[in-house]
Design a protein around this ligand. Structure first.
Ligand code: 13P
Ligand code: SF4
Length: 366
């Protein structure tokens, strides 16, 4: 039964402990009707309520497998969009705070990618014959749809290597957006020369490149980056290794190439967690990824004598992820329990259909 939507105003000033209590009570009322999917960067006071946690690839799979009526996504906007696209028609994807976006995803949009495609047509002829568009999952649904329509695919930080192989098996070049760093690191590991991976600046005509540069390139890397991972620098690793020569360094591939090259391990959030949990007791780690994950992991492995340290000297959290707080979660769940769907993320069907093609290709390959 639907009642009047409960306004968020009443939750804004709720004390954290009260919000926690109301989350638990609303969840008890909802039972199996709601599932809480949580990305590893979520703050601890939200993460503790997760039914399922994961990196972007795992969460995309979980969203396609769960049967609950409400998928409450504690993550960012593009993740909830993927949940909507990959779930069944009777399921509803919800993002507790609509302001939880991803600043990297916002660095590419359909107008700019379409212009890029037009300009590539002028230089190369029909790009559908020579370039595979690959979008990082950190992108809006219409960009995934663009890839679906143009023989392209989605990738995540876990599967980027196999996705790049898939892309090159079909066409000689790749347009990789929006994260230049993940694209460069993946191409570098495939042995592609750095000068064959050129940066496409969407604010300049022809990406700021000459026709020769475009013709010579193997990968066109969109000029986008993550504001959190750009804080990590090779100098942080060098200094730390001088103090802890026995220590191990692990980074997320959204970090720049120098950071990745100087790390002992590079991988997704799930990979980072698994690697450190499986490591020998007493090991010491420097970690280049978001602070909530690093702090939580440090506490979890402390009893085994493992020391986990954050790479940057400054605090860098994913401020958009951080917007999903206990107050918004309590508000969302209470509304659901009262029969009111708030903050639904619904991708228009014509877009979802094409985006699903690109996502299904990814899941089939990885
Ligand atoms: P993962 O897929 O590794 O969880 O990365 C998502 C993300 O946004 C990292 O910044
Ligand atoms: Fe986006 Fe960076 Fe936040 Fe990941 S950490 S969600 S890439 S802004």
């Amino acid at each position: 039964m639907q009642t009047a939507t409960i306004s968020f105003d009443r939750f804004n000033s709720l004390r954290d402990e009260d919000a926690q209590e109301r989350i638990r009570a609303a969840r008890a009322r909802l039972g199996d009707r709601a599932v809480l999917l949580c990305h590893h960067y979520q703050r601890a006071d939200v993460y503790q309520h997760a039914d399922l946690t994961g990196d972007s690839l795992k969460l995309a799979r979980l969203a396609s497998e769960t049967d609950s009526e409400f998928i409450v996504f504690c993550g960012v906007h593009f993740m909830a969009e993927v949940a909507d696209i990959m779930s069944q028609p009777h399921q509803v994807a919800i993002l507790p705070d609509l302001a939880a976006g991803c600043s990297m995803a916002d660095m590419a949009n359909l107008a700019k990618v379409s212009r890029c495609w037009r300009e590539l047509t002028e230089v190369l002829g029909n790009p559908d014959e020579c370039i595979t568009p690959v979008t990082y999952i950190n992108s809006a649904a219409d960009l995934k749809a663009f890839c679906g329509e143009h023989g392209g695919i989605v990738c995540t930080s876990t599967n980027a290597p196999v996705i790049l192989d898939w892309a090159f098996e079909r066409r000689e070049k790749v347009l990789f957006f929006p994260d230049q760093h993940l694209g460069r690191w993946t191409g570098f590991n495939k042995g592609i020369d750095l000068d064959k991976m050129v940066v496409w600046d969407p604010d300049l005509e022809y990406g700021g490149l000459t026709p020769e540069q475009i013709r010579d390139a193997r990968i066109l890397l969109w000029k986008g980056h993550c504001s959190v991972h750009q804080m990590f620098q090779e100098s942080h690793i060098r200094r730390w290794r001088m103090q802890h020569p026995e220590g191990l360094v692990i980074s997320h591939p959204e970090s720049n190439l120098d950071v990745c090259r100087n790390s002992d391990y590079v991988g997704s959030t799930e990979y980072i967690i698994k690697t450190i949990k499986a490591a020998d007791p007493g090991t010491r780690w420097l970690v280049g990824t978001e602070l909530n994950l690093v702090d939580r992991l440090a506490e979890e492995v402390k009893p085994e004598g493992k020391i986990v340290q954050f790479m940057a000297p400054t605090v860098c959290m994913c401020s958009t992820m951080q917007r999903i707080d206990p107050q918004h979660l309590a508000w969302t769940l209470e509304n659901l329990a009262e029969g009111n769907v708030v903050n639904r993320i619904s991708v228009p069907e014509h877009e979802a259909e094409q985006a699903r093609i690109a996502l299904d290709r990814m899941l089939a390959v990885s």
